[in-house]
Design a protein around this ligand. Structure first.
Ligand code: BYC
Length: 316
């Protein structure tokens, strides 16, 4: 019986029919999705912190409004994604508990500090650029609620990427000092951005199964290569230099070759030992604690309204 269900499930995947919350699914499929979607949601929420750091210091009102809107979008993305994950049977409170206790992962990239205004440009350009490369295929992921959430997320990510690139372009057309600031930001964000795509394919324990279930449509290395290939010409337009002496066009492959990624650094950051891991987690826990009165008030209000409705139905 079980085998039959599993075969039917895989057949649906092959036919590109979306899996919906009430459909039968293998337990491992549910768990894999819950892991990926909740990690993705946490990344959006933790991802608000490095940029939130610069909202009060944006150089002018236009920049401040755009950055504020971007950070608000990230909160929205987190909320769609928590909702999508909830359809798989885990409560939001439980997901947040896992984040706050350090049990759940979030993207490595958000454990690096934002030192100058140019970092807002580099994050929008590179981090959101990498996110788009990874997330556009997720609009076709096999689980319906995740795929639908990603459509809107990707539209907004595309605005974020342009916002960042425009900051870089302005700095690069500015004074020597501004251009140097842009180059410094590229130097610091380049390698962490290409680490975002995750371990190499031969070191990625979840990839094979996730590709079979069409949760992932491209491998980590395929997406990383696509990102590098499109980013090189964008860097040339800026007149900046990617900090990789091995970066070179390979005619026979039709792709850029690039240097070795520092996997030790990546593993350390993922294990909680990056430059800002502690700071990020503390900030989230503090925000959760400070927001307790809002949750209590909202719950009390909802209860009051529900009681009123019950009373009026009884009276009628
Ligand atoms: N950081 O077998 P693998 C954003 C973990 S937010 C930390 O390849 P998988 C934005 C991985 O979880 C961007 N951990 O895994 C927001 C796994 O550990 P577990 C977030 C990483 O799932 C604000 C282990 O390494 N995007 O766009 O097949 C401002 C082995 O990896 C990382 C998403 O979350 C990492 N970088 O593939 C601006 C996209 N990489 O869970 C921008 C959705 C890997 O087994 N997620 N690990 O303990 C995905 O597409 C996939 O989950 C990944 C990893 C490609 C990230």
């Amino acid at each position: 019986m079980e085998i039959n269900l599993e075969e039917q499930f895989q057949a649906k995947i092959e036919q590109e029919i979306k899996i919906e919350p009430r459909d039968w699914m293998p337990e491992k499929y549910r768990k894999t999705l819950l892991r990926q979607i909740s990690q993705h949601a946490h990344s959006e929420i933790v991802g608000m912190l490095p940029e939130g750091n610069w909202i009060t210091r944006a150089p002018n009102l236009r920049r401040k409004v755009a950055l504020l809107a971007k950070v608000q979008d990230e909160a929205g993305h987190g909320l769609y994604l928590y909702s999508a994950a909830e359809t798989l049977g885990m409560s939001r409170d439980q997901m947040l508990e896992e984040l706050h206790t350090g049990k759940a992962k979030y993207s490595s990239i958000f454990n690096y500090p934002t030192l100058t205004w140019a970092d807002m440009g580099a994050i929008g350009w590179l981090v959101d650029g990498a996110a788009i490369m990874n997330q556009v295929p997720l609009c076709r992921t096999s689980y319906g609620p995740y795929a639908r959430a990603m459509v809107r997320v990707c539209k907004e990510e595309s605005f974020h990427q342009r916002q960042g690139y425009e900051i870089m372009l302005t700095l690069c057309k500015g004074s020597e000092a501004q251009k140097a600031m842009a180059q410094d930001a590229l130097n610091r964000w380049w390698w962490p951005s290409i680490m975002m795509f995750g371990p190499n394919d031969d070191n990625s324990p979840n990839s094979a199964q996730s590709m079979k279930w069409k949760i992932k449509r491209f491998s980590n290395d395929e997406l990383r290569q696509k990102f590098i290939d499109v980013t090189v010409s964008q860097t040339e337009i800026l007149g900046l230099t990617i900090p990789d002496k091995d970066l070179k066009w390979n005619e026979s492959r039709g792709h850029y070759d690039f240097g070795t990624i520092n996997w030790e650094e990546f593993n350390n950051v993922v294990a909680g030992k990056g430059p800002c891991n502690k700071e990020r987690l503390n900030a989230r826990v503090k925000a959760w604690e400070n927001g307790a009165w809002v949750r209590d008030a909202a719950t009390a209000y909802a209860e009051k309204r529900a009681n009123k409705k019950n009373n009026s139905t009884e009276a009628a």
